[in-house]
Design a protein around this ligand. Structure first.
Ligand SMILES: Cc1cc2nc3c(=O)[nH]c(=O)nc-3n(C[C@H](O)[C@H](O)[C@H](O)COP(=O)(O)OP(=O)(O)OC[C@H]3O[C@@H](n4cnc5c(N)ncnc54)[C@H](O)[C@@H]3O)c2cc1C
Length: 623
């Protein structure tokens, strides 16, 4: 037995060596791109520059990229100033660059058929002749004296890691035809006159909010209302959020936000399969995203929030305050920093491997000839697969990793349709989803006349929480707040924003002794992720781990039992209102409701995730 075991191990080892040998050449030919941010603090030009270094050399390190940037920028500046690439003398010129840091390093494989991009792209300089923002000098000074630097991590890849799959030519053509109906994205802007942040300001703002999504603005408005100074930083502060947000009406009712809903359906429906449908007696709505953002911006402006239009590249912290360095060279000093950059996770740090599941969806807001759905019901989930031909490869793909249709029928001719993969790891490829959607629409007899807008949705779900606590405070997508089993987040974030805002205001209050730096951030994190919320999230991650293992039949059995639960259970689960003791009752109730096949499946597929959850809960308790 032992001998057999060692033979197998040897064989595996050999296979690994073989794989490594096979894989090496492709690593060697991978082209990497380093994006380097440089900040000068001498000479005439003190602004921040960024430079992209593209390299084929596998041995090039981030440090080398920084050095190359430093050299090239010095050369470039000398050329401009002295007409030579060599500095006339070190004394004359000195070290122009105080700091050059790699802000991202992306590995992109070379496509042999493409002509290689230029070795080094030009830097994006701030307009010449502009005097440097005063805070840039402060930035350089702080860079010398402060202890922790948090460069913005590279944004996650725009798509989730995707499954490889074969697509038929006809399916691909149908998906392409569907895509071709979508108009080019036209960013919609609010017409607001935004008070701007004054870079000459020397005193730190009480709170800098990085990211102007729902999460960031919800906190900004409340902290400003309490009389504190707030600066909100976003590359496009006036942009109307692009996502189509759906919520349960009771969630918005509880926050007094029903005026920010633009369509309400008194109930929702779920198709389990061709023979079984459920009616959910719970009103659902689409968020009026323009109205909601506009209302939040108005409240921000009325309470004195100032805006800075830029991307934050890095945070530098000292004991009592922080400095946010933006990609336009401006540095914003702040007592508290809130990262609300969604899935970009700009400043919040994670110390465990990030291994989320991905919800991937493709949605269109369309004008159609006709559709078969009741306009008084939103379609929450349609798991029918009769649109996929028996025995076809696409049907088999859907059997293994199912997708469902989510639809908001606004009228007999106007409808939002979204084909969704609830959760998969790796995430499903977008063109696979589009192919399934095209097949479904054809089968349902939905002829699309025109598409008003389309939406590509990639939501990381579950995965570890950020480091708790840490210096930068977080909220929303960046802080692990997406529901790990559903991908929903907006309502929960808006409901949590007052807690975070109140906590910042309370702990900053100098009249009450006031806290600063790490101590203040630790208190805020404690209120954002108290023990009961962390345990709740663990349970939701357990739910996600089970969903990841279910094929179409298993998923159908699961939702068949789920939506038969008492409403307080399924409402509470979807809206993050159940906590651990109730969640255990919910689990037992679900198990009791399930068919025998489903029970067996939950036991077989849920044992490992259950053990993982228990392990994590014990670890969390012992922290
Ligand atoms: C297509 C789609 C549809 C969704 N639909 C729903 C739904 O129906 N219901 C629901 O509950 N949830 C939904 N979600 C999930 C989640 O609620 C949203 O992603 C939500 O927008 C997250 O809010 P947020 O404020 O955390 O981040 P975001 O809305 O992503 O806002 C982040 C902001 O930070 C800015 N930013 C990023 N990097 C920087 C930087 N370095 N410096 C300064 N600013 C920066 C961005 O420009 C952006 O404005 C959806 C998500 C997607 C992608």
């Amino acid at each position: 037995m032992m001998r057999q075991f060692s033979c197998v191990s040897l064989l595996l080892l050999m296979l690994c060596v073989l794989m490594a040998a096979l894989v090496r050449p492709s690593v060697a030919t991978a082209r990497r791109e380093f994006r380097v941010a440089a900040i000068g603090d001498q000479g005439l030009d003190r602004s921040r520059r960024t430079m992209n270094i593209l390299t084929d050399a596998p041995e090039m390190t981030a440090k080398d990229a920084e050095e190359t940037t430093r050299r090239r920028m010095d050369e470039r500046l000398n050329y401009r100033r002295f007409g030579t690439r060599k500095a006339p003398s070190q004394d004359h010129f000195g070290a122009w660059l105080k700091n050059a840091t790699v802000v991202s390093g992306v590995r992109t494989p070379i496509n042999g058929s493409l002509s290689p991009p230029p070795l080094a792209q030009d830097w994006t300089a701030s307009p010449r002749g502009n005097s440097p923002p005063p805070t840039t000098m402060a930035a350089a000074a702080l860079l010398r004296t402060h202890h922790h630097h948090h460069p913005c991590k590279p944004p996650p890849p725009p798509r989730a890691p995707v499954l490889c799959r074969a697509t038929t030519a006809a399916g691909a053509a149908a998906a392409a035809a569907l895509r071709s109906l979508a108009p080019p994205t036209r960013p919609e802007l609010l017409s607001v006159d935004l008070p701007r942040y004054d870079p000459a300001r020397s005193r730190p703002v009480d709170l800098a909010v990085v990211g102007g999504g729902p999460a960031g603005l919800a906190v900004a408005q409340r902290v400003a209302e309490a009389g504190l100074s707030v600066c909100a930083i976003d590359p496009s502060p006036a942009l109307v959020w692009p996502n189509n947000y759906g919520v349960w009406v009771d969630e918005f009712e509880a926050m007094g936000l029903t005026h920010c809903l633009d369509a309400v359906w008194p109930s929702a429906s779920v198709f389990i399969d061709d023979g079984r449908a459920k009616s959910l007696d719970r009103p659902y709505a689409r968020v009026a995203r323009r109205k909601l953002k506009s209302a939040m911006m108005d409240r921000c402006v009325a309470n004195g929030v100032v805006f800075h239009q830029a991307k934050v590249a890095k945070a530098v912290h000292n004991e009592a305050s922080s400095l946010l360095i933006c990609d336009d060279g401006v540095a914003v000093p702040a007592t508290v920093v809130l990262d609300a950059t969604g899935f970009s996770r700009c400043l919040v740090q994670y110390d465990k491997p990030y291994n989320p599941g991905y919800q991937v969806a493709y949605g269109i807001l369309a004008e159609v000839d006709d559709h078969p759905f009741d306009i008084d019901k939103m379609l929450f989930m349609d798991w029918r697969d009769s649109h996929l031909p028996e025995g076809s490869e696409i049907r088999e793909r859907n059997r293994r990793i199912p997708t469902f249709l989510y639809a908001m029928p606004f009228s007999p001719n106007r409808i939002f349709l979204e084909e969704t993969s609830l959760v998969a790891r790796p995430g499903l490829a977008m063109d696979d989803i589009q192919e399934r959607m095209a097949a479904r629409l054809r089968h349902l007899g939905i002829r699309v006349r025109s598409v008003e807008e389309d939406e590509r949705c990639v939501i990381p779900m579950g995965g570890p929480l950020p480091v708790l606590p840490q210096r930068v405070v977080g909220i929303g997508g960046t802080a692990g707040m997406v529901h790990p089993s559903t991908g929903y987040m907006v309502a929960r974030t808006l409901a949590t924003a007052p807690i975070v805002a109140e906590s910042i205001v309370r702990f900053l209050d100098t009249g009450n002794g006031g806290l600063a730096g790490d101590a203040l951030a630790a208190e805020v994190w404690k209120e954002l992720w108290p023990g009961n919320r962390r345990r709740q999230r663990e349970f939701f991650c357990f739910g996600m781990d089970i969903l990841l293992k279910l094929d179409l039949d298993g998923t159908r059995r699961f939702f068949d039992a789920f939506f038969d639960l008492e409403p307080r259970y399924w409402h509470g689960f979807l809206s993050s209102r159940l906590f651990l003791p109730e969640l255990l009752l919910f689990g037992l109730s679900l198990f009791g409701n399930a068919s025998n096949a489903s029970r067996l499946e939950i036991m077989a597929k849920g044992t490992v995730p259950l053990a993982k959850m228990i392990g994590n809960l014990i670890q969390d308790r012992d922290r």
